[in-house]
Design a protein around this ligand. Structure first.
Ligand code: JFZ
Length: 462
């Protein structure tokens, strides 16, 4: 009896092991071999991976529009954070009663994104202040209760569809207004009666609405850092979404791996999430784990009058440095309370778009490297091309070490002509042309004899 039991037990275990092996071999052969599918469900769901194709397509896009918008625009203070700080809670929580963005046109926003060369779009569906920008079944604190009433989220979704822009949504895990969220911020209401399990049900329900009713392609979470949200909760939410739709991309703020500003340096195997989210800074060079820097055009996420804006040169350099490190850039604008994007911000974005018209070939569909970034240049690559983005126009000659077996077929300037170069055993020397297009950076394309992604990282000595 005993032996029979152990026989059955062992064959059962063997069967399970075989199944696991067979499954992983099978699922590996399903995925493109390179690059490896990153991210996933964390330690609780180690086999749960993001859809590799969706990830690559998103990485190919390199540049997206982030929008922080809501009734707080009426106040001109920071979204979420100013509740109970610069703005008394009773005032903040009543803003929605006056939110009437009569000049909102989703088509204008998305056309602008397109003109700026952005390929995807992420809108705040609910920030830390708890206001839902769509008519949610689960709350009345939403767009339907404003004088405007229109489903602005649907309009954005449809405009994205029309213009071929990937539609995504930012959603705050923490909610400083919801009575059952268990951490308070500048808010005297006692937490004793609040119940996180009720809040979590609300959160999961709303996320399901975004996935099922609005077909969001990116879930960009935030506000995971408070004690109310646990590592376990993060992995559960990841799994919940992954089970709803296989090819949604979920940022690493779904889980606790992203510790405030620490970026994506933490282990990705332990924590759930498909990509890292360095905030207000350019991430470091990383070819293993996808990442996206989110950076504001001004100083505030939400609109503020007379915000100090960056220059178009700064924005272009930010984009270049980001892609040179193999990241995406999610550039944030805060539309005004009347629904328009401020003309100054519109102009800035169009300037970036004009630079991309000339140099987009070195941006879209590329990955960072193989030459590691320095202060003068960054590199990207695609197919048999290496792109050198030169940010210093005092350079007269550019010297790049050539790995063994790599031969140069041609060098040309994007937006220009062929460029003279020489090679010896070790180096490629490019003569910088006299006439350069589009400041603040120009891009050289080096055609080589091999797929450029096969090259290892190359450190420049200068
Ligand atoms: C968060 C939000 O709070 C912010 O409003 C914006 O939406 C941004 C994209 O994400 O930013 C943070 C995250 C963490 C801290 C501060 C701002 N923190 O730990 O102090």
């Amino acid at each position: 009896m005993k032996t029979y039991f152990s026989y059955v037990w062992h064959s059962l275990i063997r069967g399970v092991i075989l199944l696991v092996v067979a499954f992983s071999v099978f699922s590996c052969s399903e995925q493109p071999a390179w690059p490896p599918p990153p991210g996933g469900g964390g330690e609780a769901f180690p086999d749960l991976k993001t859809n590799a194709m969706a990830m690559q397509q998103w990485q190919d896009m390199r540049f997206g529009m982030f929008v922080h918008w809501g009734p707080v625009a009426l106040q001109g203070t920071e979204i979420g954070w100013s509740r109970g700080r610069e703005v008394p809670i009773s005032v903040y929580d009543s803003l929605y009663l006056r939110f009437n963005p009569m000049r909102f046109k989703a088509d204008e926003w998305i056309s602008l994104a397109k003109e700026a060369g952005m390929k995807y779009f992420v809108i705040t569906t609910k920030h830390h202040d708890g206001f839902s920008i769509w008519p949610s079944k689960y709350t009345d604190y939403d767009i339907e209760s404003t004088p405007f009433k229109r489903d602005v989220l649907r309009e954005m979704q449809l405009a994205c569809e029309k213009h071929g822009i990937l539609f995504g949504t930012y959603h705050s895990i923490l909610d400083w207004k919801h009575p059952h969220y268990t951490t308070r911020y500048n808010d005297p209401r006692p937490v004793e009666e609040s119940d996180m399990s009720i809040y979590k049900e609300f959160l999961f329900n709303q996320v399901e609405e975004l996935v099922e009713d609005y077909q969001t392609n990116i879930l960009w979470f935030d506000g995971q850092w408070e004690a109310s949200w646990t590592h376990q909760d993060g992995m559960e939410l990841y799994k919940f979404i992954r089970d709803l739709k296989d090819d949604i991309l979920i940022n690493n703020r779904v889980d606790k791996g992203y510790k405030s500003m620490a970026g994506m340096t933490d282990s990705v195997a332990k924590y759930a999430g498909d990509f890292g989210t360095p905030e207000q800074r350019i991430g470091g060079f990383n070819r293993d784990f996808p990442w996206e820097s989110c950076i504001t055009v001004g100083e505030q996420w939400a609109w503020k009058p007379d915000d100090q804006l960056k220059t178009s040169e700064e924005l272009i350099l930010t984009l270049i440095k980001t892609i040179g490190g193999n990241g995406n850039l999610l550039l944030n604008v805060g539309p005004m309370p009347d629904g328009r994007i401020e003309p100054r911000q519109v102009e800035l974005l169009k300037e970036v778009g004009r630079w991309l018209q000339v140099n987009g070939e070195g941006v879209y569909g590329t990955r960072g490297g193989p030459y590691l970034p320095n202060n003068q240049l960054v590199t990207t690559h695609k197919g048999q091309d290496v792109f050198v983005h030169v940010m210093d126009d005092n350079l007269k000659e550019i010297i790049l070490p050539l790995p063994e077996g790599i031969r140069v077929r041609a060098v040309s300037l994007l937006g220009g002509n062929r460029v003279s170069y020489t090679t010896d055993k070790e180096n490629l020397r490019i003569e910088v042309p006299d006439r350069l297009p589009a400041a603040p950076a120009y891009v050289l394309r080096i055609r080589i004899n091999r797929p450029a992604h096969l090259l290892d990282d190359i450190k420049l000595e200068w």
